[in-house]
Design a protein around this ligand. Structure first.
Ligand code: HEC
Ligand code: HEC
Length: 445
């Protein structure tokens, strides 16, 4: 990569100008280990010993997450079903795979997925993000990304990409051939561990950062949420508003699956045959209709709700709980969910006034984190955000950022320190790209 740019007078002039300013060269070793910045009060997520976080893996995983080459027919990426603007879900009741097959369940939000104990709506056996990523890739029932039988083709596709040649080598240093499925999922999981959301109005209030962050309405809604009348907190408690969390120092990782009375098809508790919840895995009758209580963060972006997207709005969700279950009057799923024998004891129903309902709604909305759904660091890296060499996406290019770009070009830093330095995607900030960065430095971004 050096030969191409070394001889250029402009390049050398730019380089010496930048080095004259005596900015320290990026130290590659210093970037080896990396800790995600956590909101106040958030515990440290568990990171597997064989996949420590690094900015190189996170950057690579971000590209892979958004790359349609991860589907058999080049039509879908993880981000097709996990869209940032929707808190990493897709707005559909049930997900649709790359070949048009309909998934029985709804795509889940990836909000704070680093803390999840069991991944998926009702699978106690799937407990690592690395292994989970293989499911959408190779699933055949239904087909999601449709890579079954195409493992080699996938690896060849990625290997042919100049940017990936550099990024895989930098993320998995010292490996003679870093293009492996194991590395692909390690990188994706690393990126997923950065999907941290903790800057909602509620968070700013409880962190003591802003006493006025929570409206009075939301404050009273919170009281109701945490009351023995509504019982919500039993299943949606803790910093992530779900009972199923794991983190460093947690003595008991709890995974709880509950039946919240959505169906009762035969009067004996049956759920629709393609969505029996935990029962599908354990075959224990009382596990019928038990699903993971998902996080309640970012709900405004994640409608429709429940494992099959069968509740359209949050008002209806509150009505559902107030009735102690859902009554379906006609059709194949007719039945009174409130009489489901496997329903949790906490789903008893309650009386709630219209005003209180609005308060609960306001509380749930106070868990929305607009920064999370717009954070450029989590966005599609194939799209240039800001301008060339704007490494931290603040629409300003600084000398420090240009030094980074030059160091990447010289091979002294990994591409991960400034993805915007190489918008053309050949893995190397070219002279033209560096000049564009200089232009942005001088003329504004
Ligand atoms: C076709 C749409 C689709 C695609 C593509 C897709 N997912 Fe999903 N994702 C889903 C659905 C549906 C679920 C719920 C699965 C279940 O419970 O059976 C889910 C669940 C998850 C979960 C579990 C979240 C939790 O809180 O338990 C993770 C993590 C995840 N997906 C990551 C990924 C990654 C990584 C990729 C790309 C390799 C990906 N998904 C591609 C639809 C999709
Ligand atoms: C007994 C445990 C339990 C209690 C109590 C409970 N929930 Fe749930 N909640 C669940 C489970 C389990 C699901 C997923 C059910 C499914 O999809 O079949 C869920 C789903 C939800 C969803 C949909 C989330 C999504 O992303 O689709 C919302 C919203 C919700 N609950 C809000 C509440 C509120 C508000 C209360 C209090 C009135 C409450 N829950 C009480 C267990 C519970």
């Amino acid at each position: 990569m050096l030969g191409r740019i070394r001889g250029s007078a402009i390049y050398i002039a730019a380089l010496s100008l930048l080095h004259c300013l005596a900015w320290a060269a990026e130290d590659l070793q210093a970037q080896r280990s990396y800790a995600v910045e956590l909101p106040v009060g958030f515990p440290k997520p568990r990171i597997p010993a064989d996949n420590p976080l690094s900015i190189e893996k996170i950057a690579l995983g971000r590209f892979l997450f958004y790359d349609v080459r991860l589907s058999g027919n080049l039509s879908q990426s993880c981000a097709s079903c996990h869209q940032q603007a929707r808190a990493f879900t897709d707005g559909r009741p049930r997900a649709v795979g790359s070949t048009g097959e309909i998934h029985p369940r709804s795509a889940m939000s990836l909000t704070n997925v680093a803390y999840a104990t069991a991944l998926g709506w009702a699978n106690p056996l799937l407990d690592s993000l690395e292994r989970q990523a293989l499911v959408p890739m190779f699933n055949e029932r239904p087909v999601e990304l449709g890579l079954s039988g195409k493992e080699e083709e996938l690896v060849d596709r990625l290997r042919a990409d100049l940017r990936y040649q550099r990024m895989f080598a930098e993320a998995f240093r010292g490996q003679s051939d870093p293009f492996t499925l194991g590395n692909i999922v390690k990188a994706i999981a690393s990126f997923e561990r950065t999907l941290i959301s903790g800057n909602s109005a509620y968070d700013r209030y409880v962190q003591g950062l802003d006493d006025n962050a929570l409206s009075e309405e939301a404050f009273f809604g919170g009281r109701l949420f945490f009351s023995e009348r509504l019982e919500c907190f039993h299943c949606h408690g803790g910093f992530n508003f779900t009972a199923s969390v794991t983190h460093e120092g947690n003595p008991f990782d709890e995974t709880s699956f509950q039946n919240n009375g959505l169906y009762n098809i035969d009067g004996r508790g049956a759920y629709p045959p393609d969505n029996t919840g935990l029962f599908e895995i354990t075959r224990i009758p009382s596990d019928m209709g038990r699903f993971k209580a998902p996080t309640l963060r970012n709900l405004s972006y994640t409608a429709p709700y429940m494992h099959d997207g069968s509740i359209a709005t949050l008002e209806e969700v509150i009505d559902h709980y107030a009735a102690g279950g859902r009554r379906i009057h006609s059709g194949p799923y007719a039945g009174d969910g409130s009489k489901n024998p496997y329903k949790s004891n906490f789903i008893r129903g309650f009386v709630i006034t219209e005003e209180e309902k609005q308060q609960v709604l306001a509380f749930l909305q106070s868990l929305d984190d607009p920064e999370f759904v717009t954070n450029p660091r989590l966005s599609d890296p194939f799209q240039l955000w800001g301008c060339v060499s704007d490494c931290n996406y603040d629409f300003v290019v600084t000398v420090d950022e240009l030094v980074r770009a030059v160091n990447i070009a010289l091979g002294e830093s990994s591409l991960a320190v400034c993805l915007s330095a190489d918008p053309s995607g050949d893995g190397d900030p070219t002279i033209e790209e560096i000049l564009q960065g200089i232009h942005a430095l001088l003329a504004g971004c």
